[in-house]
Every structure is written in structure tokens, then in C-alpha cells.
Design a protein around this ligand. Structure first.
Ligand SMILES: C[S@@+](CC[C@H](N)C(=O)[O-])C[C@H]1O[C@@H](n2cnc3c(N)ncnc32)[C@H](O)[C@@H]1O
Length: 208
């Protein structure tokens, strides 16, 4: 049910998404790119890739990067496909994090930016990430952080007014989800975004 609502919402927003959220997207995606330190040889999976801005950023630096993006909104994917149309090394597919259409151990790096708060079942999402990640790979997840007051207020309000929204997490809850899903957190931080918003990010590897 909620995936249908998310799909409809982002299908409608796709044409204006980049412009409306320009400031947020540029800052968060530049941050995650610097943070993730993705090697040029890495096969990258971007979950909730949206309009393909992260792909565009990565390709600017390394046009040969092998990237797969998945999203449940066909219209967001159409924008992404247009941006990446000259790159045969980029594949963009309509798929949900809850059922990734990839073989086990497929990717060196999995990134997900600003999508985790939509995931219906974060345990299943992380289990799927775990399944498709290579044994020596890493996941890098960036999302809103409920340790900050405005995110708490938004979380409360959005649960009432936005049927697509699931929830955001405190850093402690987020880390607990990662640990329960058998990930080791290698590096993590949270920070103020603008004056009042809060963001967190974590890099995790498979627990050995
Ligand atoms: C806020 S946008 C972020 C897009 C992009 N990562 C960025 O930072 O610009 C969230 C995206 O997650 C996608 N999404 C939400 N739930 C999803 C799911 N279960 N599986 C895959 N994508 C999903 C939405 O369709 C939307 O494009």
C-alpha cells in the first residue's frame, strides 16, 4: 500500500524534484560522495536513486563507474535515464528495496540517500542490502536524523499528513537496526543541515 502511495507521489513530483530540492540534493549528495570514498572500480548500487543526481555526480568524476540505480517511481527513473543516457555502464531499474532483482554478492558499494524514512520494513530492506552486497563490500546510508528537534516535529506531523511517509530514526535506533541486520558500523556521524534540520550517515560492512 505505502509503496503505491510513494510511487504516485514521486511520479507526480519527478519533473520538478531537482529544482525544488536543489539545495538539499546538492549538499547531501556531495556529502555522501565525499564520505563514501567509492573506488573507480567499485560496482555501485544506489537504492532510491530518484532522478539520478548521485549517478551524475559520480560519473562527473569517473565516467567509467559501473552504477545500478533502483527506484519504485518510473517517472523519477525517466529523469535519471535521460541524465545517464550516454553511459552504457549505468543501469536504472524499477525495483523496491524489499525485493532487489539482483544475485547475492553483486555489489561492492551500496548507497542510499534520503530514502530510508520511506522503507516500510527497514529490517527487510537491510536484509536485502546484506544479500546483494559482496562479502568485502560496504553500505553507506544517509537519512534524516530524529535526534534533531525539527526532524522530530516533521516525523510527528508527516505521519498524519503524508501517507507515503513511514518514519525517521534517532541515530541510536538507526545503528541498532544496522547491528540487528548483522552489519558492523565502521564510521558514522550526525550533523545539522542548515540551521535546524538533522542528517545522519553511516558506513557499515558485513559482520564477520
Ligand atoms: C527523497 S527521494 C531521494 C532521491 C535520491 N536518492 C536523492 O537523494 O536525490 C526518495 C526516493 O526513494 C524512492 N523510494 C522510496 N521507497 C522506495 C523503495 N521501497 N524502494 C526503492 N526506492 C524507494 C522514492 O521513489 C524516491 O525517488
Amino acid at each position: 500500500m505505502s509503496e503505491t502511495v510513494i510511487r504516485e507521489q514521486y511520479d507526480q513530483m519527478a519533473d520538478v524534484y531537482d529544482q525544488r530540492w536543489n539545495n538539499y540534493i546538492v549538499k547531501t549528495l556531495s556529502f555522501i560522495k565525499t564520505w563514501a570514498q567509492i573506488s573507480p572500480e567499485a560496482a555501485v548500487l544506489d537504492i532510491g536513486c530518484g532522478t539520478g543526481e548521485f549517478e551524475r555526480l559520480l560519473l562527473t568524476e569517473n565516467p567509467q563507474q559501473v552504477i545500478t540505480g533502483v527506484d519504485i517511481s518510473e517517472e523519477m527513473l525517466l529523469v535519471a535515464k535521460q541524465k545517464c543516457r550516454t553511459y552504457p555502464n549505468v543501469s536504472l531499474q524499477n525495483a523496491s528495496v524489499s525485493a532487489l532483482p539482483f544475485a547475492n554478492n553483486s555489489f561492492d558499494v551500496i548507497v542510499s540517500a534520503s530514502a530510508f524514512h520511506y522503507f516500510d520494513d527497514p529490517d527487510i530492506a537491510l536484509k536485502e542490502m546484506r544479500r546483494v552486497l559482496k562479502p568485502d563490500g560496504k553500505v553507506v546510508i544517509l537519512d534524516w536524523c530524529k535526534d534533531y528537534l525539527l526532524c522530530q516535529i516533521c516525523d510527528f506531523v508527516l505521519k498524519f499528513v503524508d501517507p507515503a511517509y513511514k518514519q525517521c530514526y534517532t541515530q541510536k535506533e538507526f545503528h541498532s537496526l544496522l547491528t540487528s541486520a548483522q552489519f558492523d558500523i565502521k564510521r558514522a556521524t550526525k550533523f545539522r543541515f542548515g540551521v535546524v534540520w538533522g542528517i545522519m550517515i553511516a558506513t557499515a560492512t558485513l559482520k564477520t
